[in-house]
Design a protein around this ligand. Structure first.
Ligand code: SF4
Ligand code: SF4
Length: 156
């Protein structure tokens, strides 16, 4: 009985080895069918709908379209967004609410997209970045409006 099991194990091991080698040999001669990518040397091409993080769009003049309306903050189901507002004073002396800081807690974000849909000015969008690993959790709390940026003229 022992001898029978022993021989059976050897047979199965050799069979398994040959199965694996047959697969390896196949891809050795069919390079175009290989789907495994040598990450990070080869960057993954992600599907268009992939959501990696919320970002704020800025143009070449460092201007964005965020009015500080807080619609995204209200739409977010888990308090990932905190909009801090301020009042800008026009040359005529009129006060107008504006964005001071867009705080985004990437570590809380579920990529549900509700904030993007809620934004009336398309000021934010989903980016495809995904390499978010850090040793310090606080680095995942981000300020989305760039330093020195301001709202684009004409955006209400
Ligand atoms: S994608 Fe969802 S969870 Fe993330 S910030 Fe927007 S609303 Fe909140
Ligand atoms: S990102 Fe859009 S929804 Fe959020 S505060 Fe700015 S304008 Fe409002």
């Amino acid at each position: 009985m022992f001898l029978k099991d022993y021989i059976s194990d050897i047979f199965n091991a050799v069979k398994s080895l040959l199965t694996g080698m047959r697969r390896t040999g196949y891809y050795f001669t069919h390079h175009k069918e290989i789907i495994t990518q040598q990450y990070p040397d080869t960057k993954q091409i992600l599907p268009e709908r992939f959501r990696g993080e919320v970002i704020m769009l800025h143009d070449e003049n460092n201007e964005h379209a965020c009015t500080g309306c807080t619609a995204c903050e209200l739409a977010c189901p888990n308090a990932t967004i905190k909009i801090v507002t301020k009042f800008d004073v026009s040359p005529e002396g009129k006060k107008k609410k504006a964005l001071d800081t867009f705080v985004y807690h990437l570590e809380l974000c579920t990529m549900c997209n509700l904030c993007i849909v809620a934004c009336p000015t398309d000021a934010i969008k989903m980016a495809q970045t995904f390499e978010h690993s850090v040793f310090d959790r606080s680095l995942l709390t981000k300020k989305l409006n760039k330093p020195g940026s301001k709202i684009r003229d004409g955006v209400e």
